[in-house]
Design a protein around this ligand. Structure first.
Ligand code: HAM
Length: 440
């Protein structure tokens, strides 16, 4: 019988990769919480209309990439392609926006029916943050600096570039859109088919085209900067000043228009040239109009989301994942004989209770002493703790260094405890100190 395989573009995350994701997610969570962001958990399914009204009918995401179906009661529902729309919906529904500010974060899977390739999947995970009720560029700067800090912690900062742009007010954007369409229309037949379609539906996206002939044409197109409204220009200048004072380099890239309709003013992308075509690891911007567009009171808002798979691919390409991340266990505890299994179980519980964060695996499944030691080695642990007749009689433990030369010592419980506390503390240090790599 033919075996059933996973759905295309929806990869399994096996334990080795899962540990690396946890490393990344823990670092992001710690940073966000250190800045006072609180977690919001949102459903995977939303009413289809939510995305049509926020991300936009004419975007690629809504027009061709959504997993939409009719549920048993006849409602059209969609697996969320992104997190911002659901976050706004939830905040409105629960009154989190009126007369207050919010700093929120979320993590989880998103779904887009895209053509799968390296760094692009149909189910992928994002960690995102959304802030509501802040008008000025200080919060834009906070979010961008926070992501820069994460790249530094993960050891990928040398390989990423911050690209910034402003899309201005909706009015400025509409005026520019008209000017762009008027300018491009005479070249219509020379544009690539995608851009021809976009000319009618979403002309700003043409600026983002990768097709050589289209790029040639748009090189001389009117510049958005000539249409930018004064308030948005001041906002952008304010943000630039804050980033410069923070010592954060960036490039202004007028081609960043984003593939979602809700943006106003600031938009940004963190890009890398190490991942081929899928080089955007994190993206976001301001969406001051979205809350009102979804029926709430006008509320300024800004946020970002990063693609976990892409950030991890980058960390792996740079060899930035610390070796300790790949180690499933620190210590492997075995008795030499089944008559001591109860003593081993008791010692395992005692050590786990006394050493926070210690990963201690107990030998199960019997076998000869040699086979037990082989399993200890295969576990990847740093140390094997061995309980035999002599050790138990003397209240001691034999400790074998599995990685460093195989040295074996007989230790007292106190001595052992000290050593394990050190081992666990080393594991629990902040993630990837710069320069620490998997090969060390
Ligand atoms: P987005 O640019 O559509 O923005 O996605 C954000 C990030 O998710 C991308 O930069 C990329 O790293 C990752 N990503 C997107 N699609 C895929 C895919 N098919 N496979 C793997 N990774 C992918 C948003 O989603 C906005 N909600 C961001 C935002 C939040 N803006 C304001 N607040």
């Amino acid at each position: 019988m033919k075996k059933i395989q996973s759905v295309r573009g929806m990869p399994d995350v096996l334990p080795a990769s899962s540990a690396r994701r946890q490393w990344l997610e823990n670092a992001a969570r710690r940073l966000l919480q250190a800045c006072g962001y609180r977690e919001i958990r949102l459903p995977l399914l939303e009413h289809t209309a939510l995305f049509a009204r926020s991300v936009g009918e004419s975007t690629d995401i809504v027009s061709k990439e959504m997993y939409t179906f009719t549920d048993r009661s006849g409602d059209s529902v969609t697996l969320r392609p992104e997190g911002t729309a659901g976050c706004v919906r939830a905040c409105e529904e629960h009154g989190l926006l009126y007369n207050q500010t919010q700093r929120l974060w979320y993590a989880g899977p998103m779904f887009r029916y895209e053509r799968p390739q390296k760094g692009r999947y149909r189910q992928f995970e994002q960690i995102g943050a959304e802030c509501f009720g802040f008008e000025g560029p200080d919060i834009d700067a906070e979010l961008i600096i926070l992501t820069a800090e994460l790249w530094r912690e993960l050891g990928v900062d040398d390989a990423v570039t911050l690209e910034l742009n402003t899309l201005g007010s909706p009015e400025a954007r509409a005026a520019y859109r008209d000017a762009l369409v008027a300018w491009l229309t005479p070249y219509r037949d020379d544009l690539d088919p995608d851009s021809q379609r976009r000319l009618l539906q979403n002309p700003l996206r043409i600026l983002d085209s990768k097709v050589a002939r289209t790029r040639e044409i748009i090189a001389d197109a009117p510049s958005f900067m000539d249409y930018l409204d004064a308030d948005s220009a001041a906002h952008f200048e304010g943000l630039e000043g804050l980033l410069e004072n923070a010592g954060l380099p960036y490039v202004v890239n007028p081609r960043i228009v984003r593939g979602l309709d809700y943006y106003t003013r600031t938009v940004f992308e963190w890009t890398t040239d190490r991942l081929g075509a899928q080089g955007t690891i994190c993206a976001g911007g301001r969406y001051d109009g979205l809350v009102a567009q979804l029926g709430g009171r006008p509320t300024p808002a800004v946020g970002f989301a990063m693609g976990i798979e892409r950030v991890l691919l980058l960390a792996e390409a740079l060899d930035a994942v610390p070796a300790s991340v790949d180690r499933a266990v620190d210590v492997y505890l075995l008795s030499l004989d089944d008559v001591h299994t109860s003593a081993a179980l008791a010692l395992a519980r005692e050590l786990r209770a006394q050493v926070p964060g210690l990963r201690l695996q107990l030998h199960c499944g019997g076998g000869k002493p040699k086979a037990r030691l082989k399993r200890a080695d295969a576990s990847g642990a740093e140390l094997a703790l061995i309980l035999g007749e002599d050790e138990l009689a003397g209240g001691k433990v034999s400790v074998k260094a599995l990685r460093a030369g195989g040295e074996q010592r007989v230790m007292t419980r106190d001595g052992l405890l000290k050593e394990l506390l050190q081992l666990a503390a080393a594991r629990n240090e902040r993630p990837a100190m710069k320069g620490e790599t998997a090969s060390e």
